[in-house]
Write a protein that binds this ligand. Structure first.
Ligand code: FAD
Ligand code: PYC
Length: 415
């Protein structure tokens, strides 16, 4: 594949941009592959990429029922941070964050990683204690965060009203190397690299059945026919329970809608990401100038890609209190994604009761930031058949063993 470069842009400018190749191929499926990944979101594509890069496994198909990146990967608010409390979480999220730092260069695709800093506001005494505890835990884990004063919050983000009538800002957990990236570019960059390694990305190909024999994976039934394989990675976020059911086992997962919205574009006014978890809102400004806003998850299980009206009303009301200058902004677009929630708000990267079927799910409201680390860990699990150090604590059997990895606070979003 031709490399993207300043030289290539200049060359194409001189020939009406007719020389660009397709970023990825769209082949018809073969009858058999070594590995099938179900789901071409960020986690599925990253898994395939690291299977090829780290283990030389390239006879891989990634099957997607819609279009690649069209699930939660293309619907999230793009926040990247690794300020989690428990050691296994800090390890995988920090691995992901550090891979994000050089991902544009590695993939030769501009994912627009912007380490502008993420702050989680403390607006109750309880949150102050919680975030101070997280900052101490992060120091021991080698993750760079600090608890900062309200005055520092105001300095970093002048548009915040720190003296809010209901919930004044009492401080914040600040991660200076957290930030954002362009979400669909992450999917597109991994897809291009996978295709370049000869992997097949097959869109509009819904998996309708998982075929097993003697307790072992043998292939899948799809809307494009049956495809055989040695190993299957199921990476379908909100539809994890549906796919597990096809394979004959159950998961401790619930699916709910989580919503976000963006305003009309305005001049740059905010160069950090702010999460306000007590009042349930978070906000950043996109490169186009839109204010990117998200709220809490729906309080009931559903598979709808839009959220409830009362949630969006509450989110905007809360954010207007914290950022009065947004009160007259028009909102342009509003959407939802189906997020996969576990009881301890931590993911599952695990073997399953069926040999050679592996699950990666449960990232819930916070998996965009994890994509590179999750793909790295899932590729190791599929290639070796056993989890490596990044994945071993995230086994599905932890729920039966009582070995929860409780991240309900660090998850950041109300659920
Ligand atoms: P997806 O991108 O959903 O990919 C799964 C794919 O599987 C989909 O494309 C789907 O079509 C496909 N699929 C499903 N069933 C089948 C089938 N039967 N056959 C074939 N394909 C199938 N995380 C953060 O870290 N930071 C944030 O700021 C953030 N904000 C969010 C805001 C919102 C509104 C939402 C909804 C989520 C947010 N998240 C955030 C969470 C994050 O988006 C997800 O955790 C992450 O994108 C999950 O990626 P994925 O690849 O697992 O899933
Ligand atoms: O995990 O940081 C996060 C997040 C922010 C908004 C939704 N998820």
């Amino acid at each position: 594949m031709k490399k993207y470069s300043a030289f290539a842009v200049a060359r194409e400018a001189l020939r009406d941009h007719l020389g660009w190749e397709k970023a990825w191929q769209s082949p018809e499926p073969r009858s058999t592959y070594d590995v099938i990944i179900i789901g071409a979101g960020g986690h599925g594509l990253a898994t395939a990429y690291y299977l090829g890069k780290n283990y030389g496994i390239t006879n891989v198909a990634i099957l997607e029922k819609g279009w690649l990146g069209g699930g939660n990967t293309g619907r999230n608010t793009t926040i990247i941070r690794s300020n989690y409390l428990q050691d296994p979480s800090a390890a995988i999220y920090e691995k992901a964050r550090s891979l994000y730092e050089n991902l544009s260069q590695e993939l030769n695709y501009n994912i627009m990683f912007s380490p502008r800093g993420v702050m989680m506001l403390a607006q109750t005494q309880h949150e102050i204690r919680g975030y101070e505890r997280t900052a101490h835990a992060n120091a021991l884990q080698g993750v760079s965060t600090e608890f900062i004063s309200p005055q520092r919050v105001k300095k970093l983000c002048p548009i915040i009203n720190i003296e809010g009538p209901r919930y004044p800002v009492l401080g914040a957990l600040w991660q200076p190397r957290g930030g954002t990236a362009r979400h669909d570019a992450v999917a597109w960059g991994y897809a291009r690299a996978c295709s370049d390694m000869g992997m097949h990305i097959i869109q509009q190909c819904e998996v309708t059945g998982v075929n097993t024999m003697n307790g072992k994976a043998v292939g899948v039934a799809t809307s494009k026919g049956t495809i055989l394989c040695e190993k299957i990675g199921i990476v379908v976020a909100g539809h994890s329970g549906v796919l597990a059911d096809m394979a004959g086992f159950r998961l401790p997962i619930e699916s709910v809608a989580l919503q976000a919205l963006v305003s009309e574009p305005i001049k740059p006014c905010m160069d950090v990401v702010v999460m306000a978890n007590t009042v349930h809102g978070y906000m950043s400004q996109s490169d186009k100038g839109e204010m990117v806003i998200g709220g809490g998850a729906d309080g009931y299980n559903n598979y709808s890609q839009r959220g409830s009206f009362h949630h969006v009303e509450e989110t905007v009301r809360a954010l207007v209190e914290t950022f009065p200058i947004i009160s007259r902004l028009k909102m342009l677009r509003w959407w939802g994604g189906i997020v996969d929630m576990t009881g301890d708000r931590s993911p599952i990267i695990s073997k399953t009761p069926v040999k050679n079927i592996f699950m990666n799910c449960g990232w819930g409201t916070g998996g965009f930031k994890a994509i590179p680390g999750s793909g790295w860990a899932m590729a190791e699990l599929i290639a070796k058949g056993e989890p490596g150090p990044l994945a071993e604590d995230f086994r599905v059997t932890r729920f039966r063993e009582g070995q929860f990895i409780d991240e309900s606070v660090a998850a950041g979003v109300a659920h």
